[in-house]
Design a protein around this ligand. Structure first.
Ligand code: MLT
Length: 280
């Protein structure tokens, strides 16, 4: 197993910390809100034979552009900058929730950088008006009370009932990750998500090897939404993980890694990855 190292990548007006581990075909992990790259700790520590790459998003821990430095386009360009810095043309890209929204934007802006796709607990829809109202409340709370208060408010919805009842350490890990977000980073992420477009047409008929993972107890991206998203992508494989809420890779780490390893094993056995194109 390769040792973990952390590099710094300059991406426009931000500097990103990027964990890099192992050797092999590149596998890029994109975390959600309000997490950081350590939400992938089990996957980063496993999956030998792949070069695992996991940045912290702009505004999380290392460097914080001022307000206004946060859009889906900037987040997607940051991923392209990470690949550039590591001299990687194309990667298998795995995004959870907000990370998934960013991957949709990467598919629109930099389609040639994505060789295969793993979508975890995410959804293609734009925010509803109610959802946008909730974002405004989170923004106001972040500015008033700071990131820790936001984590406490979100936790009951983030974790599945099984995790809440049996694994208190996961809530603590989420609190710690949220504590690494800056106020502009948190506000910026909420505004970027509020403004994101519907990605249904980006995924419809997509011809990339794809794995879609959902949590059985997820209220944010519930199983029917995850299944419907998987049905948009040609031949996507859908896995619903029992006993998990929204933070599947942390709540059911071994199950998530197992599903990923099986998918990656099939990719490796299949040789050259198919290109993106219109349905035939
Ligand atoms: C996330 O987990 O990234 C967020 O909860 C997604 C969202 O708020 O839509």
């Amino acid at each position: 197993m390769g040792r973990a190292r952390s590099i710094r990548v300059h991406a426009g007006d931000a500097e990103l910390a990027v964990a890099v581990r192992g050797e092999g075909a590149p596998l890029l992990f994109v975390h959600g809100f309000p997490f950081d790259h350590t939400m992938w700790r089990h996957q980063l520590g496993s999956l030998d034979g792949w070069r695992r790459i996991a940045p912290d998003l702009r505004g999380v821990r290392v460097s914080t552009p001022p307000r206004g430095g946060y859009t889906m386009a900037r987040y997607a360009d940051d991923l392209a900058a990470v690949l550039d810095a590591l001299v990687i043309e194309r990667a298998t890209v795995c995004g959870q929730s907000l990370g998934g929204y960013i991957v949709f934007e990467l598919l629109r802006r930099h389609p040639d950088r994505v060789g295969a796709l793993v979508l975890v607990a995410t959804k293609p829809d734009a925010d509803t008006p109610e959802g946008q109202g909730a974002r405004d409340q989170v923004v106001a709370q972040t500015e008033r009370e700071g990131p820790a208060a936001v984590a406490d408010r979100m936790l009951p919805r983030l974790l599945g009932r099984t995790t809440r009842a049996t694994r208190p350490g996961v809530a603590e890990a989420v609190r710690q990750m949220a504590g690494g977000w800056s106020v502009p980073g948190m506000v910026g992420a909420q505004r970027a998500m509020r403004a994101r477009p519907d990605s249904t047409e980006t995924l419809r008929g997509l011809r990339l090897p794809a794995l879609v993972i959902g949590g059985e107890e997820d209220e944010i991206a519930p199983p029917p939404v995850v299944r419907a998203m998987g049905a948009l992508i040609l031949n996507a494989q859908v896995e619903i993980v029992p006993g998990a809420g929204h933070v599947v890779p942390l709540e059911r780490p071994a199950d998530t890694t197992r599903a990923l390893a099986a998918f990656l094993g099939r990719l490796a056995a299949g040789g050259a990855l198919p290109r993106r194109g219109a349905p035939g």
